[in-house]
Design a protein around this ligand. Sequence first.
Ligand code: NAP
Length: 325
Amino acid sequence: MAVLAAVALGAQPRIRGAHIGRNSRDFSASRRLDFLGFTRSGKRLRSSSLGFCKPRGVVAAAASPAPEATDSRYSQKLVLVVGATGGQLAVASLLEKGVEVRALLRNAEKARSLFGDKLQVVVGDTRNPEDFVPSMFEGVTHVLCCTGTTAFPSKRWAGDNTPEQTDWMGVRNLIAAVPKTIQRFVLVSSVGVTKCDQLPWNIMNLFGVLKYKKMGEDFLRSSGLPYTIIRPGRLTDGPYTSYDLNTLLKATSGTRRDVILGQGDTLVGEASRIMVAEACIQAMDLECTCGQTYELNSVQGDGPGADCNKWAKLFVSAGTSTNQV
Ligand SMILES: NC(=O)c1ccc[n+]([C@@H]2O[C@H](COP(=O)([O-])OP(=O)(O)OC[C@H]3O[C@@H](n4cnc5c(N)ncnc54)[C@H](OP(=O)(O)O)[C@@H]3O)[C@@H](O)[C@H]2O)c1
């Protein structure tokens, strides 16, 4: 069943939306991964020095200084990344840009092995509202939520960490706790959430993952927070952190680094984790992405890389829908 769903989701996209030309040469995903300390097939960053954590809900002492940020867009941010092991490419890219990162995750050891002492760590479980203590949000300017679990029963559901608990209740708890003063809340959702009763989405949604992700989206839309929702297609590119369809199929995006952004939940296809991470980071700085929802697919080509001007063009071309679901 899982393979069937993956094959169905891997179908060719019906292309609609913005698309950067394929000839831009300022970015190479493999070089970028190497720079960030990942190997194409590997799982971790170069840095392995020990980090730190405090008991659940307590923000650790200041982390090692980030690389000097020359761009004020980056130096003035403190991004709380929730689900930072799943969102590790986003964390790595933020750190590379010199952005201060505070990571909320369940397992501090994972953060240590991935990022050493380069970020602040808060231990918490999004299913527990009491884990969202006010100190967690002190100084936070942006929130990036990358939490999720597998669509089908797996060991990642252990302890009732199901899609309902993770993609709905956990996301709801987080949104309810975030101060209204933040500049942007970026939520990673999924393509297909508006069509979970139709093929192939109804297969993926057998255990409710798309329904619950949509409920999380809707709660964010009605929260009053400035938000951007990114809905990727099936995620590709290492590191493989997930025992889901990706891992089963060992999917890779290869040279598919170009990006298609869409609106209206019409895209079907794959999305490179690298590009999803970059889209989330770039969207934080763009006024036009506030209150907007975008689907994201990766296709053959070099793509926008980390070029903010190219991302701005992509987001503008994708549109600004006033009637989003
Ligand atoms: N995989 C796909 O093909 C696909 C397709 C479309 C959209 N997405 C979405 O893209 C995002 C990243 O996907 P992924 O497959 O890379 O994710 P992943 O590797 O499964 O990572 C999910 C993250 O969520 C965290 N998490 C789960 N339950 C949590 C809880 N109760 N409290 C705190 N943190 C919790 C995990 O932490 P632990 O390390 O502690 O488990 C992990 O950091 C997710 O939102 C996912 O739904 C994925």
